[in-house]
Design a protein around this ligand. Sequence first.
Ligand SMILES: Cc1ncc(C[n+]2csc(CCOP(=O)(O)OP(=O)(O)O)c2C)c(N)n1
Length: 667
Amino acid sequence: MNRPMNRYLDMVDSPAHIKKLTLQQQKQLAEEIRQELIVKLAKNGGHLGPNLGVVELTIALHTVFSTPKDKLVWDVSHQSYVHKLFTGRKERFHTIRTTDGLNGFSLRSESEHDCYGAGHAGTALSAALGMCAARDQRGGDEHVVCIFGDAALTNGISFEALNNISHTTRKFVGILNDNEWSIAKNVGAIANYLNKIITHPRYNQLQKEVERWLRRMPKGELAIALGHKAEEAIKGAVTEVALEQSPSTIDADGRGGFGSSLIFEELGLRYLGPIDGHNLALVIETLEFAKSCDYPIVIHMLTKKGKGFEAALQQPEKFHGLGPYDAQTGATLPSKPGAPPNYQDVFGQAMVRLCQKDATLVGITAAMPTGTGLKYLEKAMPNRYYDVGIAEEHAVIFAAGMATMGFHPVVAIYSTFLQRAYDCLHHDVCLQDLPVIFCMDRAGLSANDGPTHHGLFDIAYLRCLPNVIAMAPKDEDELVDMMFTATHQKHPTFIRYPRGAGEGVSLKDQPKLLEIGRAEVVQDFSPTRGHKVTFFALGNMQLLAKKAAAQLAAEGFNCAIINPRFTKPIDAELTAQFGSVSEVVVTLEDHVLMGGYGGTVLELYSDRRLHVPVVRIGWPDRFIEHASTIDYLRQKYGLTAENTVAKVKAQFNAAPLESPAPAPKLV
Ligand SMILES: Cc1ncc(C[n+]2csc(CCOP(=O)(O)OP(=O)(O)O)c2C)c(N)n1
């Protein structure tokens, strides 16, 4: 039997090996990597499309630069899989995004080649510039290369960094990885601007000129030559494109055109490109040039998201990040008939219904139309839908502005990404008490994404802000009630709900207006005897509470279950009332315990001098790692019925609290 020929990929274990390969071998390696990505990710899913797009770029980066001494800073870092393959993690690659496996993003603790961790967009330029400043302070000679996407470029922090580069350092390499896609199609003026550069008739010719010019240079002479005349030639050609004001670049309404110059040049950065990011020789040569520059430079590279996999090329949005798929066809499993809908879909469809009835409602997303479900509104009522790009701060303040004009904006945003806009929540929305509605998807764990994406902090970061109304539905029908209720408020309103499938309850025809700060008694005490235990189970923790209560009931306990609905204002009367008749109170939340809902209950009991033991179930004071499933992490950290039951029972076995020592007498 013929043994399959060894692949170059099998021989490559470190960046040093990449450097030893010839260009032809590296091209072969690129094909092998694409196959590896397509096949290995098929089982558990992952960010396939973005990684297929950066195969040549990553080979070139490791050919020209030497990590860990040189620093590669990836924005978001969802496109660092190929880098992982080259930096000692090939054997574990199949474990990516699974329990105890590799993380799906760069992680400093995972490898010395990961110089900076990320998961949220727009951080790479600032972080890389900070590294340059540190290097310059120390008199080091390492290179810092920042790889950022065209959508990350729409982020405010990216521009804050660009504004700061040229007067901070003389050595900075930025790579704009332009594939024209965010998760969905990139939107906004920056996207249009980049598009105008690459679709300009001069571009193809220009690209050839750059290539020919680079080729003529023997390697050693590149630096000198490029620093002077020849570089001017290229730049001149690019700038010529930029300066040209052909009528076709001006929109019908008179806006648009290239303006006076390339935006990067205006910011004091040398701009080179656009170049074909899949032309390996050209990418290597261009990086060699960038390496030799003693001024900050941005290389504009054009890549194709999903390159090498037809299905991914056809559906860039779907293949940006996905679950398991068929490695041949790219087909994904359809959801099982009768499976509960995802919260995001319930939200999106409810938005359409609510907007149809209320002309003051609009939907706002920060580059997540599908993830949040706002795509339903985009389709049904495009004039009531805003995608502001990866710009969470702007999204929040934009909503605040609309709210001052009598609108009721609904900002659909993941809990973890809303963190980015905290000051905007405080200063713009809450301080002015504006009726903006925040629908926070992914509140709770985002298991396979991990710590950058878990939405475990929003109760804490919101409950300290005055004017806030904050809710968490127990199921998808209550989510719609809460959305409906929020549209009737004159204050900032927040609704947190988890990633993934709802509870499978049917939706009422007409949503219910909930009373603000009023909890729901799901199960009252039974008239039978037995130790009284009350469960306050927030949002998706109802099921866990029901299981724990059933186990305790089987052992003779008398359990009540409350659906708190509100984390601010909480139902103080009902919470106190049940606390005063219970021997133990249990709070359950899909949130960190510190500053969470359970803490609110404790504060209330302290204020009211109610001495009832409170068992708090939630996430501990640490960053929770990624894992294949939520269940695994809940088991590991004790968010289970068994642990809840054990903790309740321990309260009954515990020795009574010692009475406090008498206060010293004042003399
Ligand atoms: C602050 C923040 N908002 C939203 C996201 C969700 N998100 C992850 S990747 C991505 C698109 C990134 O597009 P781009 O920067 O062009 O890189 P590409 O995926 O195209 O390589 C978005 C919106 C995020 N990670 N961080």
